[in-house]
Design a protein around this ligand. Structure first.
Ligand SMILES: Nc1ncnc2c1ncn2[C@@H]1O[C@H](COP(=O)(O)OP(=O)(O)O)[C@@H](O)[C@H]1O
Ligand SMILES: [Mg+2]
Length: 341
């Protein structure tokens, strides 16, 4: 689609190399008569042809962000403000349902956290793939089946068996892989993956991630990888966005982030992974819990209650981003680090 066909696309100025630009994104869930903010003023750039990881503990807002990236937040949630603009497509938050339906699953594809549940239990996998191809008006639906078979083989699945199976005939790990096949088979421009391998054992997890990465490289696929696992980030991602209590607290190229983490939360996430610290005896799990939505501090730093460097200013003033442009646009929001710099 050319930008001129879609007025919202023309409005957005995007830096070169950026596939998606998120600004001021704020999402709330309406619970017990009040709005609880799950994502607040999230701004980030998703780089074209790269893997951008979004990392944070459970409850930090990762799945909410994944859904918001496709304008698929549903009740009791709603997008309060902000924009999610894709190059050449425009702002999905402002799109009409028909426009959204066309790009979802085709231009922008998503593997959900529980992708094994998203299949239709009453239809064989192959038939579902054909339906998917037809619903997106692919010129040759049979090609889609062939592509799916090739992907299945790459993922060490028996292609014939998978395509003729019903969901209940597949194991959890196989379903997860089939979910990945569904998300890649229409050759999307952008792939969003929400904890794509959490249902898999460690060995299958790394083989599946390996395949996702090789396909990503072949196709120069713009990929958003959502995970709570800094180990997965280290293996796969080009850039990392760190999310805490619904706010971005740090963003950097992966190697830079692992070498020079600036936010105390990021440091704690890295310390928790033995194979990253190099010394298993030094690995230390992060203490405490991220706050529940109702108790996220309304002002000051959202991380301060767990922070070893907490200062007075952290109580009242939201830390602004400091940017290290020489380090691949490394940015972080921390009063303590800024004072040290
Ligand atoms: N449907 C919902 N209704 C109410 N609160 C929700 C709903 N979905 C998510 N939340 C809350 O929003 C916050 C972020 O959740 P989520 O995006 O699922 O985080 P993550 O994927 O990082 O674990 C959590 O506090 C969660 O309890
Ligand atoms: Mg989640």
């Amino acid at each position: 689609m050319s930008a001129t066909m879609n007025p919202s696309a023309a409005d957005v100025e995007m830096a070169p190399g950026i596939a998606c630009q998120v600004r001021d994104l704020t999402v709330a869930y309406h619970v017990d008569g009040r709005d609880l903010t799950a994502l607040r003023d999230v701004a980030l750039d998703i780089h074209q042809g790269k893997i951008t990881a979004i990392i944070g503990e459970s409850g930090s807002g990762k799945s909410t962000l994944a859904l918001a990236l496709m304008n698929a937040v549903s009740k009791p949630g709603r997008i309060v403000r902000g924009s999610v603009a894709y190059r050449g497509m425009g702002d999905v938050i402002r799109m009409r349902p028909e426009q959204l339906r066309r790009i979802r699953g085709k231009s922008i594809s998503m593997i959900f956290q529980a992708s094994q549940n998203s299949m239709n239990p009453l239809t064989r996998v192959g038939k579902q793939l054909l339906d998917l191809a037809r619903s997106h008006r692919m010129p040759n639906p049979r090609d889609v089946l062939r592509e799916a078979a090739a992907l299945a083989t790459r993922m060490s699945l028996d292609a014939d068996r998978v395509l003729t199976s019903y969901q209940h005939q597949l194991s959890g790990g196989m379903r997860q892989r089939v979910g990945i096949i569904f998300s890649l088979v229409l050759k999307p421009d952008i792939l969003l993956m929400d904890e794509p391998t959490t249902a898999l054992d460690v060995l299958s997890q790394s083989s599946v991630l390996e395949i996702v990465r090789s396909i990503q490289r072949e196709r120069q696929l713009t990929t958003v990888l959502i995970t709570h696992d800094m180990g997965v980030v280290a293996e796969l991602a080009d850039r990392v966005v760190v999310l805490y209590a619904g706010r971005v607290v740090e963003e950097a190229p992966t190697a830079e982030l692992l070498r020079h983490p600036r936010h105390p939360y990021t440091r704690a996430l890295i310390r928790a992974i033995p194979r990253l610290t190099g010394d298993p005896s030094q690995a230390k799990a992060l203490e405490g819990q991220p706050p529940a939505l109702a108790s996220i501090p309304a002002e000051g730093c959202v991380f301060r209650n767990r922070c070893p460097h907490r200062m007075d200013v952290c109580e009242t003033v939201l830390p602004k981003f400091a940017m290290d442009a020489d380090a691949g646009m490394h940015r972080f929001a921390c009063h303590y680090e800024e004072a040290r710099a």
